[in-house]
Design a protein around this ligand. Structure first.
Ligand code: DC
Length: 232
């Protein structure tokens, strides 16, 4: 469990399924309140990418464990946020549908989760952070002052994800995107370890009919109402 040495008062967690808007909202919110943004999903994606690149069997826990012990994941801010595995910029490589599915699969492994949760808690040690993921409020920072859970209808989330992939010039069929999203939802919600669910006391927001800006405004209003001392 989380130790009290972490400044939980200045932590915002945003959990939710694919396409709920949490990453876009998380990034914007962090920028507006002057906090760092941590995309924990990107970390599982890096593990998945390295699993694939190194030809590791995703069912081989020992191999995944040694991969996680040696991997270096970094976020650098130049021209938007870039994700690095060691010295290699993997920002685009981790966003393919294949890596999405593999990330969901390796994220069910205990050794992967415990190593990444350790890294994520390290990132949040100083507070002033917005953390997005599946277990940010349930496991990584259960005592965070602000816990949100974003959701939306599966059809709408699939449309958002499809649009995102098309904008990145990926060749995908909508039906496949929807099918994989439903499967990933099922896997992420039903796994034994840290399944996706709203954290205790999380504020649940249905973003189905909302714009990104409306969601950001709603979160800001809730944070302001609770008088967070943030620097704008
Ligand atoms: O948020 P995302 O789509 O980038 O996440 C990719 C996968 O990683 C997701 O299907 C489940 C896993 N994940 C997780 O298990 N825990 C997190 N905190 C973030 C992501």
């Amino acid at each position: 469990m989380q130790t009290p040495t972490v400044d939980q008062d200045n932590i915002v967690t945003i959990d939710g399924p694919t396409g709920s808007g949490k990453s876009t909202v998380g990034k914007l919110l962090a920028g507006r309140i002057g906090f760092t943004y941590l995309d924990t999903g990107a970390m599982y994606r890096v593990v998945a990418l390295e699993t694939m690149r190194r030809g590791i069997n995703p069912d081989d826990s020992a191999a995944l464990s040694s991969l996680c012990a040696t991997i270096t994941i970094a976020f650098k801010h130049n021209d938007g946020m870039r994700v690095y595995s060691g010295d290699c910029d993997v920002t685009d490589a981790i966003r393919t549908p294949e890596i999405s599915m593999l990330a969901s699969r390796v994220s069910a492994e205990k050794c992967v989760r415990s190593e990444l949760v350790r890294m994520q808690r390290d990132c949040g040690r100083q507070g002033r952070i917005v953390v997005d993921g599946r277990d940010a409020g349930t496991v990584i920072f259960p005592y965070a002052r602000f816990k949100f859970y974003l959701d939306a209808q599966a059809e709408v989330r699939s449309q958002r994800r499809y649009k995102e992939l098309i904008e990145k010039k990926q060749k995908v069929a909508y039906s496949k995107v929807h099918e994989e999203l439903v499967q990933r939802d099922r896997d992420d919600c039903s796994r034994a370890l840290a399944p996706l669910k709203p954290a205790a006391a999380a504020i649940i927001i249905d973003t189905t009919a909302m714009t990104i800006e409306e969601v950001v405004q709603e979160l800001l209003a809730i944070i302001d109402a609770r008088a967070l001392q943030c620097h704008k």
